[in-house]
Design a protein around this ligand. Structure first.
Ligand code: PLP
Length: 395
């Protein structure tokens, strides 16, 4: 199988597995226990937090400074942020292209009477930042929280986070960034980002599934989702998963230290895939304002991601044919790929129905190779030809 679904999840780095096995084999690991075994587990967590703090350029050991809450991943971090950051009745602003783990929480809150204000995106998939200040100030009450993803999981389009942070700072609004897709693909400094809270998820950067974090700037208050023990200063009670935490720290350290080599590698593999497919099928549409003639019209994208419309083919049929041909990709975010609704992201971009119906997402990783990409191009191209010929015959 040629795995090109790295925005859904990535292959764990063997060096991360080694660290985790070491911790798993080291014995019991309850960091709250008041004995030497518990203290050893606590030490491992403290060391992991130091490693994470350096990797994200935000020391996490200063009293009153930024802190990190470990969660089960991006979904939990987003739930925690949306439900716990703003006053319970304050309006929330979010873009129409957020991940379902943000949108579904917002819809849940809306059903309970919470006001949600939606930030539109343009046809290239970039949030319309010029309307953010008005959206925050609209109505009887200013918004208490803005949530914006750093890069979209389906199109890879990078969002204007710095400008949003500035607007939120000027208007005194809490700003949450879902950085799940950019960590390990783009340089990121949490210290200079200007956000109040940032979501991350380890399995997106070659770490284990089941662990992520919500970074909080110094002084940012949070209401917990869970209630129980005193772990993580009661922000997220429950025995800390020490092997997962150590795995996440190692993965993050590798992802950030190796980024100068990995980022151009991802870009060249993704471009190879796009160019190979487009030279075989020039009418394929690359989303994100991509245009051969006009580079300036292109939206900035994650280096590893391409979202393409295979006009004349149905995305679910393509997905199945590719699976059979040994290529793993996706027809949207992994959470909704088992179902048929068309992508809310492409719909929000106002794309024609035919483009939405035929769109597939490919995401390369550091484990993709030119050989695998070339083989994928051939397989994808063959599937596409077969499906469009079949459709022509049927019509
Ligand atoms: N946010 C974004 C942008 C994502 O792409 C994803 C996963 O695809 C999530 C959040 C959810 O992360 P997790 O799978 O760790 O719950």
């Amino acid at each position: 199988m040629i795995y090109l679904d790295n925005n859904a999840t990535t292959e764990i780095d063997p060096r991360v597995v080694d660290v985790m096995l070491d911790v798993l084999r080291s014995g019991p690991c309850n960091a709250s226990s008041q004995h030497a075994v518990g203290r050893a587990a606590r030490l491992r967590i403290d060391e992991a937090i130091d490693v994470i703090g350096s990797a994200i350029d935000s020391p996490l050991d200063q009293p009153g400074g930024p802190r990190l809450i470990f969660t089960s991943g991006g979904t939990e971090s987003n739930n925690l942020a949306l439900t716990g950051l703003a006053e319970p009745d304050a309006p929330i602003v979010l873009s129409r292209i957020e991940h379902p783990s943000v949108i579904a929480v917002a819809e849940h809150l809306a059903a309970q009477g919470r006001e949600i204000r939606w930030l539109d995106v343009d046809s290239t998939g970039v949030a319309e930042i010029d309307s953010l200040a008005d959206l925050i100030q609209t109505g009887d009450r200013p918004a208490g929280l803005v949530s914006l993803m750093s890069a979209n999981n389906e199109t890879g389009v990078i969002q204007p986070i710095e400008q949003a942070a500035q607007i939120c700072r000027d208007l005194g609004v809490t700003f949450h960034v879902d950085a799940t897709q950019s960590i390990g693909k783009l340089p990121i400094s949490f210290r200079t980002l200007g956000a109040s809270a940032v979501t991350m998820s380890a399995h997106k950067f070659h770490g284990p599934t089941g662990i992520g974090g919500l970074w909080l700037d110094g002084g940012v208050k949070l209401r917990p989702l869970l209630h129980g023990g005193e772990q993580q200063l009661e922000s997220r009670p429950g025995t800390e998963p020490v092997p997962l935490i150590c795995g996440m720290a190692t993965a993050l350290q590798l992802a950030t230290s190796e980024l100068p080599e990995i980022q151009p590698l991802l870009g060249s593999l993704r471009d190879r895939l796009e160019q190979g497919l487009r030279s075989a099928h020039p009418h394929l549409v690359v989303h994100g304002g991509w245009s051969e003639e006009d580079e300036a019209a292109r939206a900035p994208r994650l280096p590893n991601t391409t979202c393409l419309s295979f006009l004349g083919a149905d995305r679910q049929s393509m997905l199945m044919a590719l699976d059979f041909a040994g290529v793993a990709c996706s027809s949207g975010s992994a959470c909704s790929s088992g179902s048929s609704p068309p992508s809310h992201v492409l719909l929000a971009m106002g794309l024609p129905a035919e483009q939405v119906q035929s769109a597939l997402r490919f995401g390369v990783s550091k484990f993709s190779t030119e050989k695998k990409i070339d083989s994928a191009i051939e397989r994808i191209s063959n599937c596409y030809k077969r499906l469009t010929q079949k459709r022509a015959v049927e019509n």
